[in-house]
Design a binder for this molecule. Structure first.
Ligand code: FRU
Length: 469
């Protein structure tokens, strides 16, 4: 899609709004070949302000068309985060024509409190009407009471809503999306509580190689992330239509993404495979990132599954790279070794694939005139670090110049997706993931693979591909 400004940090593979501020993805729903992406939007500024729902659609999850604003603030408050569903059986009675009705469930953020409301669309998400009986869930005297995520629970034939309530998640259910009954709550004692819990999502995921599925509760937390600031944790367990019970112990923390820039991700409603997308930012510096006409972008959409290894369930994320993205092989070599290996790359976006025999110690340097980003694989301390201290513009926030670490017990493969101002690192088939933004003042033009000990690093494969749309 053509954007009015093609400024330096305008992502090529990632969604950004043509102008102004965005944060969380909202109302993710798939209907008749269109992926809808609504998002927290401030149409008058590049800093956060009274929230609207901006709107974009895509057929392939890569190229997006921006549509008019879907929801505006009103007398009940600003429009905070939430979800959307297609009400195929018209349980809400809000359908007016032939087209199935789409229902958005969102938080009305008023000066005094937060409560949940709904709006509906009878024209494939193009125009929206707020329900006259709003709010549908009033505030039970909680300061934080937001980000409703709704799905249809087959087994009990009910809509289930997950809601973020400060230090826990509450579950509600409904038969018509209008009348909601409180069910249960989860979380005070579990996981990370370095900050407020936000943007929950309760999903049923396939376990690779098994015929069964398992429930996973996604919870964003801000601050409290493993490398500071905003991040997403998850809990594996069971859900019986009333209660979520985790199989984790209280102190265990599971992170969906160890980087500094993956927040508020939730899944699309109505897709065959679960797919999610996150806001590629961190509240620590989101209002200061050095873009001009727009501020904020989304991650690459990622499909989700689970791995079960001796009873420990791990989230697997696979980036969705569509056929429409034309790729060019820049470099491809099998079964070799390097002490230092340099590859010239065209301007971002590009992708690096690496297959190794074991966890060695080496760096991948993304180099350019305007800054270097260093990805350090450390066999001795069994971790990978992203060092963005010399990556270009870093001084816009005291929180930005960081070296961020992710533990790694083994290392088979890595995929790095590099756009104008971001790198997404998927290690071991997407079992360990890190998303980091960076702002080089010139293009990245060289990749360097460099052993950190004085011995060659053996590899099975190194591949580099460029993309165009
Ligand atoms: C998460 C969040 C949500 C809230 C929205 C406001 O980033 O704080 O909890 O609904 O952003 O824009």
């Amino acid at each position: 899609t053509k954007k009015t400004s093609m400024e330096r940090y305008r992502p090529a593979l990632h969604f950004s709004a043509d102008k102004h501020w965005i944060n969380d993805p909202n109302g993710l729903v798939f209907y008749k070949g269109e992926y809808h992406l609504f998002y927290q939007y401030h149409p008058h500024s590049t800093i956060w302000g009274p929230m609207h729902w901006g709107h974009a659609i895509s057929k392939n999850l890569v190229t997006w068309e921006e549509l008019p604003i879907a929801l505006y603030p009103d007398e009940l408050g600003a429009i905070f985060s939430g979800s959307a569903v297609v009400d195929w059986n018209n349980t809400s009675g809000l359908q007016t024509g032939e087209e199935a009705v789409m229902v958005a469930i969102f938080t009305h953020h008023g000066e005094d409190n937060e409560k949940q409301s709904i709006a509906y669309s009878n024209d494939r998400g193009r125009t929206w009407v707020k329900y006259e009986g709003n709010p549908v869930v009033s505030n039970p005297d909680l300061k934080d009471f937001r980000d409703p995520k709704v799905f249809w629970h087959e087994e009990t034939s009910k809509w289930i809503m997950s809601l973020a309530c400060g230090d826990h998640i509450r579950f509600y259910r409904s038969h018509n999306l209008k009348d909601w009954e409180y069910l249960s709550s989860f979380g005070e004692k579990y996981g990370n509580h370095g900050g407020v819990w936000e943007c929950p999502d309760l999903i049923n995921l396939e376990v690779e190689g098994e015929q069964l599925k398992k429930w996973v509760l996604i919870v964003s937390v801000n601050p409290g992330g493993p490398n500071d600031g905003s991040a997403i944790q998850y809990f594996t367990g069971d859900f019986d239509g009333r209660m979520f019970v985790t199989d984790q112990c209280e102190s265990e923390e599971k992170w969906a993404d160890w980087g500094r820039d993956f927040y508020a991700a939730v899944t699309w409603s109505g897709t065959e495979q679960p797919i999610w997308i996150g806001w590629m930012n961190n509240w620590q510096y989101a209002n200061q990132t050095p873009t001009a006409e727009f501020r904020g972008s989304m991650s690459i959409p990622r499909s989700l599954s689970l791995e079960n290894k001796e009873g420990v369930h791990t989230l697997i994320q696979t980036p969705i790279l569509s056929d429409e993205m034309r790729s060019n092989t820049i470099f491809d070599r099998q079964n070799g070794s390097f002490e230092s290996l340099t590859v010239k790359v065209p301007e971002q976006p590009f992708m690096v694939e690496l297959k190794l025999n074991n966890l060695s110690s080496f760096d991948i340097l993304l180099k350019g005139e305007g800054g270097n980003l260093r990805v350090e694989f450390d066999g001795a301390s069994q971790e990978v670090r992203v060092d963005r201290t010399k990556s270009g513009l870093v001084e816009f926030s005291e929180h930005f110049a960081s070296v961020d670490a992710m533990p790694l017990k083994s290392f088979q493969d890595a995929l790095l997706l590099v756009d104008k101002a971001s790198v997404e690192l998927f290690v071991n088939g997407g079992r360990s993931v890190m998303t980091e933004s960076f702002y080089p003042t010139g293009s990245i033009n060289t990749l360097e693979f460099k052993s950190s000990l004085n011995e060659p690093v053996e590899y099975k494969q190194i591949g580099v591909q460029s993309f165009s749309l």
